[in-house]
Each structure stands twice: as structure tokens, then as C-alpha cells.
Design a protein around this ligand. Structure first.
Ligand code: BES
Ligand code: MN
Ligand code: ZN
Length: 497
């Protein structure tokens, strides 16, 4: 689907479907009121009749409204005018795009930018329309053999004020790049582990490099990892017959002497738990254990598409975690790239093992800051549920920036404490530390473990275990936190529209 921007015409536009907002209690936004007038009160009559209360989540599709040049008119509820907040606006957009997807319209014109969302401007509303529009029309059907039935909507045109046109075009470009990054992350994560292997992730990284000349890719194989001394990463990979890859993607959009930002994404293409085998229920969902990697690739693609003036290095440790005669065992002690030793008390706490060596390796690029993204702990989901990602950092200003970016993009994070007190839980009798910290505060002890490998750099960790995919009837990847990260980079380099 393609979005475009146009300035608001004086006459009612001719279109297969015109989408308008309606506040609760029969109040109408300016364009809706104008159309009500053109149609001699047709809309207010319907609303008075009780067919649309005007609450977010409600919509009404009208056909062949007398006196209008449009085939359809889609009215969407916006709630009470003084209660239209971020969440309500999101809900009404989701509802509008769902109705459009289920209709026969191939094109639509949206008049939803004029709704008054508390504290938000047109650029923000545009970002939301593009983001939620693409999300609503996303389908993952490439593995189905029947000819897929796709939504018919091809083009959506957003109307804005003439004076806002130039900025809106820039916003649209950025929002579209972000949506493309989200779709890439979702596609990769939705692929099953027999297709999306470490090698497949590498080939996807190479694909990005082929289409963007500022992007280069290389990979460290098992023997390169051995030479460097990545004992923790290798210990996870040793139980798998599919060789691991440490994928290194570099984007150069700024002067060569400008320090890069390092992005690290957990790329466990399947997490069975290893010898500490997981229970069988919902184990298929552990194909999503590479959602951090997918988000890093999606963000990289978005940043490159926007040609942002910054340098970025993305590092993806990609491996499976499987039980095997050669797999690591509880009690094994490994030496990490940092020189610190780790006692592997649970082979299912593998994410931190592949990340710790990758974080040490990231330091070699002398980054300005490091952000890692990982489906790291079930405990994070227990703590925060499925709405925010867990955020941990050793640098408060970085926390503020990431929270702000998440809040703007509606891909929110919530900070959890990373106090020294938690470090005690990682004590081992046999090595410098254990890879698990006991029953309580599991998301925090996992972050505390990682913090031991990033002591010299500003660093943040996003635990996306609860946000990266949905279970149940709507099982599938969300593409989070690509919107948060992309917004963070837009603001970081001062390019946000
Ligand atoms: N990939 C999982 C975390 C996970 C589990 C994310 C379920 C989303 C849903 C991770 O590798 C893991 O297994 N973590 C363990 C850690 C424990 C052994 C300390 C967990 O959360 O149970
Ligand atoms: Mn695990
Ligand atoms: Zn895992």
C-alpha cells in the first residue's frame, strides 16, 4: 500500500472512499461538518438515528451518499473531543484501516489529520496514520499455497493544510521508511527456523547492502570466533549443526571520524533451551527468539533508506540453541571475549551468552553508545506485560532519549532498575559469575549480567520478550522496537521532520 499527501481541496474530492472523523455526542470536525452541509444534513441524520455513537473503535461505511462524488464514505468514531489522546487516536486509526481493508475500495482519501489529538501536531498524526495503516494491511502469506486473499486497498491519500505540505512530505518519507523497516522485521521473524537460519539472516543483511551503497556487510564464522576467544557465543552454538554467524553491518552516513552508534540484536533463530530443555507448550514461538536481530536489520534498512547523517554498526550474533551430544551442559564454565569466566548454570539463559561476547566485540568500533535488543527473559513479560519493552541502561540521558522516542512512536519502553544490589545474585562458586540469578528479578539479573560487559561505554538494553510478537489467534511478529529505534536515530541526528 502506498500513502501520498495532498493539500485539502475546496470541493469534496472524488474518490472510491472518503474517510472522515465523527466525535462523540454528534460533534463534527470541520471537514465532516462541511460534508454534512453539502449533503443537507445526511450525516447528522444518521448520527441522530443512533447508528454511530462516535466512539473510537466504531465505524460506519456509507455507500452512494446523495450529492457526493465519492463511492463510499467511511465515518470513524473519535470519542469526546476533549478525550482524544494518543491511545484513542491509535484505536480509531486501526478501526478505519480495518474497515478499509475489508471494503472493496482500492483507494481512499483520509481526512483524519484534522482531529484534535491532545498535545500532538500534524507530523505526529501522519506518522501514526502511516504506521498503523501499514500494520493493518500487513499479511504474511508467502508460505501458504492457496492464492492469498489480500486487502484491496492500494493507495491512501492524506489531506493536510497547504502550509503544512512541505513538512508533511518529509514526514511521509520518514514514516514510510520506518514502516518498511517494520515490515522487514516482521517478515524475518515470522519465517520459521528451518528457513530463517543464521545463514539466511546473513543473506538478508547482504540484500540490504546490495540495495544501499552506504551499507557494507561481513560476517565472522565459527573459526574467526574461536580465534578471537568468544567462548560464550561458541558454547551456545556448539549444540547446533547449523554454524553460527556474527553478522557485522556498517552504515556510513556521516564523516568517517564520527563515532558510530552500535546496535546489537539477539539472533537465536530457534531457542529450544538446549540441555535445559524448555517445556513443549508453545515452543514453536521460540522461532521468534531472533526478533532482536530482525529489529536491528529493520532499523538498519530504515536508517539507510532515509540516508540519515550518522554512522551505525549493527552486530547480530546468530545461532540456534539446541540439545545435542556436543551441546554445553549445566555447570560448564566458559571464557568470554572479555576474559571473564561464566558458569553456565542453565543453558536456556543463552541470550546473555551470545550477547556478552558481541557487546565486547562492539567496543572495538569505539562506539558513542551501544543499544542491544533482545527477547531475553520471560521474566520481563511477567514484570511489564506485553505493552512496553523493558529498558535498562548505565546512562540516564540515554534512558530519557529512548523513552521519549518510544513515547513519540507509540512503541514504548519502561525503565527497570539496574542497581548494584542485583549483581550479588550472579555469584558463582566456580567462575567469575553464573549465567542466571535465581527466581526473582529475572529480567534485571539478565541485564545486570550484560552490564558487566559494557562498563566503558554508554549502553542501553531493551528486553523485548513481551513486545516482539503476539501469541494466540493473532500469532505473529510485531516489528517492535523498530519504530522506537528509528525515531531515536531521527532525533539523535537532528533529522526528525
Ligand atoms: N528466549 C528466552 C526468553 C523468552 C521466553 C522470551 C519466553 C519470550 C518468551 C530466553 O532465552 C530464556 O529462555 N530465558 C530464560 C532465562 C532463565 C533460564 C533464567 C527464561 O526467561 O525463562
Ligand atoms: Mn533461552
Ligand atoms: Zn532465548
Amino acid at each position: 500500500m502506498e500513502f501520498s499527501i495532498k493539500s485539502r481541496p475546496s470541493a469534496v474530492p472524488r474518490t472510491p472512499c472518503l474517510v472522515l472523523g465523527v466525535y462523540a455526542n454528534g460533534k463534527l470536525p470541520a471537514s465532516t461538518a462541511a460534508i454534512d452541509k453539502t449533503t443537507h444534513g445526511y450525516l447528522s441524520k444518521i448520527i441522530k438515528g443512533g447508528d454511530l455513537a462516535g466512539l473510537p473503535g466504531q465505524s460506519l461505511m456509507l455507500h452512494a451518499v446523495p450529492g457526493l462524488p465519492c463511492q463510499r464514505l467511511l465515518l470513524v468514531g473519535a470519542g469526546p473531543i476533549d478525550k482524544l489522546n494518543d491511545q484513542a487516536y491509535g484505536k480509531l486509526l486501526q478501526c478505519a484501516f480495518k474497515a478499509l481493508a475489508n471494503s472493496g475500495a482500492r483507494e481512499a482519501i483520509l481526512q483524519l489529520g484534522e482531529l484534535a489529538v491532545e498535545g500532538r501536531d500534524t507530523a505526529w498524526k501522519l506518522n501514526q496514520m502511516v504506521s498503523l495503516g501499514h500494520a493493518a494491511l500487513y499479511r504474511f502469506d508467502r508460505l501458504k499455497s492457496d492464492a492469498p486473499k489480500r486487502p484491496g486497498l492500494r493507495r491512501a491519500c492524506i489531506l493536510v493544510e497547504r502550509k503544512e505540505l512541505a513538512r508533511a512530505r518529509k514526514t511521509l518519507t520518514q514514516a514510510t521508511a520506518t514502516a518498511n523497516g517494520v515490515a522487514l522485521a516482521r517478515d524475518l521473524a515470522n519465517l520459521p527456523a528451518n528457513i530463517c537460519t543464521p545463514k539466511y539472516l546473513l543473506s538478508e543483511a547482504r540484500k540490504i547492502a546490495r540495495s544501499q551503497k552506504s551499507v557494507t556487510v561481513r560476517a565472522l564464522n565459527e573459526s574467526a570466533m574461536k580465534k578471537l576467544g568468544m567462548g560464550a557465543l561458541l558454547s551456545v552454538a556448539q549444540g547446533s549443526r547449523t554454524p553460527p554467524q556474527l553478522i557485522v553491518i556498517q552504515y556510513k552516513g556521516a564523516r568517517a571520524n564520527q563515532k558510530p552508534v552500535a546496535l546489537v540484536g539477539k539472533g537465536v533463530t530457534f531457542d529450544s533451551g538446549g540441555i535445559s530443555l524448555k517445556p513443549g507448550a508453545a515452543m514453536d514461538e521460540m522461532k521468534f527468539d531472533m526478533c532482536g536481530a530482525a529489529a536491528v536489520l529493520g532499523t538498519m534498512a530504515a536508517v539507510a533508506e532515509m540516508e540519515l547523517p550518522l554512522n551505525l554498526v549493527a552486530l547480530i550474533p546468530a545461532t540456534e540453541n539446541l540439545p545435542d551430544g556436543n551441546a554445553s551442559k549445566p555447570g560448564d564454565v566458559v571464557t568470554t571475549l572479555s576474559g571473564q569466566t561464566v558458569e553456565i548454570l542453565n543453558t536456556d539463559a543463552e541470550g546473555r551468552l551470545i550477547l556478552c561476547d558481541t557487546l565486547s566485540y562492539a567496543a572495538r568500533f569505539k562506539p558513542e553508545l551501544i543499544i542491544d535488543v533482545a527477547t531475553l527473559t520471560g521474566a520481563c513479560m511477567v514484570a511489564l506485560g506485553a505493552h512496553p519493552s523493558g529498558l535498562f541502561s548505565n546512562h540516564p540521558p540515554l534512558v530519557a532519549d529512548l523513552l521519549k522516542a518510544g513515547n513519540y512512536s507509540r512503541d514504548r519502553a519502561w525503565e527497570l532498575p539496574l542497581w548494584d544490589e542485583y549483581q550479588d545474585q550472579l555469584k558463582s562458586n566456580f567462575a567469575d559469575m553464573a549465567n542466571i540469578g535465581g527466581r526473582y528479578g529475572g529480567a534485571i539479573t539478565a541485564a545486570a549480567f550484560l552490564s558487566r560487559f559494557t562498563t566503558d561505554t554508554h549502553w542501553a538494553h531493551l528486553d523485548i520478550a513481551g513486545t516482539a510478537w503476539k501469541s494466540g489467534a493473532e500469532k505473529g511478529a510485531t516489528g517492535r522496537p523498530v519504530p522506537l529505534l528509528t525515531r531515536f536515530f531521527l532525533e539523535h541526528c537532528g533529522a526528525a521532520s
